[in-house]
Each structure stands twice: as structure tokens, then as C-alpha cells.
Design a protein around this ligand. Structure first.
Ligand code: URA
Length: 275
């Protein structure tokens, strides 16, 4: 339901949002409230004035708030971009040398942002960088990546035609499963990548990607083989390539998932995969 805000309150909120933008905070959550005359509140961290740091040049560039439109549509740096590749670069810049979660001090060599065609119809999302990805700064470049490349080739396209990213952008120590708070801290950047790329189809690779994106907890066998709506984009779930390396018998099931994706994208569907 659209609510008209009192202009004074709107101005005060705009000022408050500008302040958080200056601190590099762009994501706000609207707290549900009753229709009774409760004050409208924004769930944002409480920061004391003495904790404020001087405005950085990047923050200065990012504080523009649209004069019209929804007040909660806070202008993100990428809104200045004129094309998706530039928008992705601005998101990467905004991520910086990220220290938002514990992983930055747990041995990560570099941030693994994402790779591929910024205008693609098809996006693959994995879990987290492993050792090879951490070393090279690119997702899916190790053994699981080789299998993913083969899966993509079997679809009749190349790795360069799609976009590949992970739920989190830093390698967890010992390749452990990402913690929930790490996913929650990092995934807003992935959401922004998705919003820029606007793929027609997202393929979630494995349980961590599927459960994080869909916020549902179910076994992989139940999750795959059907379509989900992810913020207006079709999303399919399939097995993670690392799992397929451990249990190659499931490759034929993964191939069924990819055939479903190809059909949706209007791609010619070969009967057999090129394993
Ligand atoms: N596994 C993932 O989930 N992502 C990678 O980038 C590599 C391995």
C-alpha cells in the first residue's frame, strides 16, 4: 500500500538516510508496523556522533538521494552507471577491501567478486571461493570449475557467455561452509550484482546457494527439478559441481536441471550431455 509521508518527516528521513550513506550504508530494511499511529522507524545501526568518520570522496559521490520517487529507494553508487559493466565496477569499488565480516582476517588472499558477461541471460551462483579461486581471484577455476565449464559447454554455450558468482566473496578457512551471518553480510552485494545483470534465469549451485537465495531449508533432492521465483527472476537449483565430482552418478540429474534451464531460455536442447 502506498503511503504519503508528511513532507517534514520525509525531509528528516532523507537527511537520516544521507547520513548513513555517508557511512557507506545503503541497505535498509523496512520494519513491519501496524496501521496504528506508530512512529515510522528504520532498522539501522545506532552510531554515536563521536564515532563518525570524515566523509570520504567515494562516500561524497554516493550520497545523492533521488528528489522524487520512493524515499526508501536509496541511490546506490551503481545507479550512476550508464551500462551494466560499469555498474558492476562501481559495486566492486563499493565493496572495497572488505572487512565487513570475520573472513577478512581468516586467511583470505583476495575478494572473489564474480566473472562473465554483464548482459547475460544466465547466471550461476555457487557457495564460496575455494583455494584456487582465492589464489586467482575468479570464481570456479579449480576442479569444480572445470566441471562447471563442461556443464556450460554441454549447454552449447561458453563460460564467457554467462555470469558466475558466489553467495560469499571470501574463502572460508579450510573451505568450511559459510556461516549464516557471513552470508547475510556478503549477499547484499550479490543482490546488487543480480539487479544490475537482470538475468532471465539464475541457477543456484548446491544447497548453500539455494537455501540462502530462497530462504528455505530442504534437502537438495527436493529443491531441484522445479522453478522458483527469485525477486521476479526464474531460479533453478542443481547439484554443486564439487558434489558431482564426488558422486558422478548424479550428473544425469544435473543435466536434467540444465535441460530445464535451456528450454526456458529457448536454447536448443541436445538429448545427451557431453560429459
Ligand atoms: N565452489 C564454489 O561454490 N564456488 C567457487 O567459486 C569454487 C568452488
Amino acid at each position: 500500500m502506498t503511503r504519503v509521508l508528511d513532507p517534514q518527516l520525509k525531509h528528516a528521513l532523507a537527511e537520516r538516510i544521507r547520513f548513513y550513506n555517508e557511512l557507506g550504508i545503503y541497505d535498509f530494511y523496512r520494519r513491519e508496523h501496524s496501521e496504528a499511529a506508530e512512529p515510522l522507524t528504520l532498522s539501522v545501526p545506532q552510531i554515536q556522533p563521536e564515532q563518525r568518520e570524515p566523509m570520504t570522496p567515494r562516500a561524497k559521490a554516493a550520497v545523492a538521494i533521488p528528489a522524487d520517487g520512493d524515499l526508501f529507494e536509496v541511490a546506490k553508487p551503481e545507479s550512476r552507471a550508464t551500462n551494466p559493466a560499469q555498474a558492476l565496477r562501481l559495486i566492486r569499488e563499493d565493496l572495497g577491501d572488505c572487512t565487513r565480516c570475520r573472513l577478512h582476517k581468516q586467511g583470505r588472499k583476495q575478494i572473489v567478486f564474480g566473472v562473465g558477461n554483464p548482459k547475460t541471460d544466465l547466471m550461476f551462483i555457487g557457495e564460496a571461493p575455494g583455494a584456487d579461486e582465492d589464489q586467482q581471484g575468479e570464481p570456479f577455476v579449480g576442479r569444480a570449475g572445470q566441471l562447471l565449464n563442461n556443464m556450460i559447454k554441454a549447454m552449447g554455450i561458453q563460460r564467457e557467455d554467462v555470469y558466475i558468482a558466489n553467495i560469499i566473496k571470501c574463502r572460508p578457512p579450510g573451505n568450511r561452509t559459510p556461516e549464516r551471518d557471513e552470508c547475510e553480510t556478503c549477499s547484499p552485494f550479490l543482490m546488487r550484482q543480480i539487479a544490475v545483470i537482470q538475468p532471465k534465469v539464475i541457477v543456484a549451485l548446491g544447497a548453500v546457494a539455494a537455501k540462502t537465495l530462497l530462504a528455505i531449508n530442504a534437502p537438495m533432492a527436493e529443491l531441484r527439478g522445479q522453478w522458483y521465483d527469485f525477486r521476479g527472476t526464474k531460479l533453478a537449483v542443481t547439484y554443486h559441481p564439487a558434489f558431482l565430482l564426488r558422486d558422478p552418478r548424479q550428473k544425469k540429474e544435473a543435466w536434467k536441471d540444465l535441460q530445464m534451464v535451456m528450454k526456458e531460455l529457448g536454447m536448443p536442447v541436445p538429448a545427451k550431455s557431453a560429459e
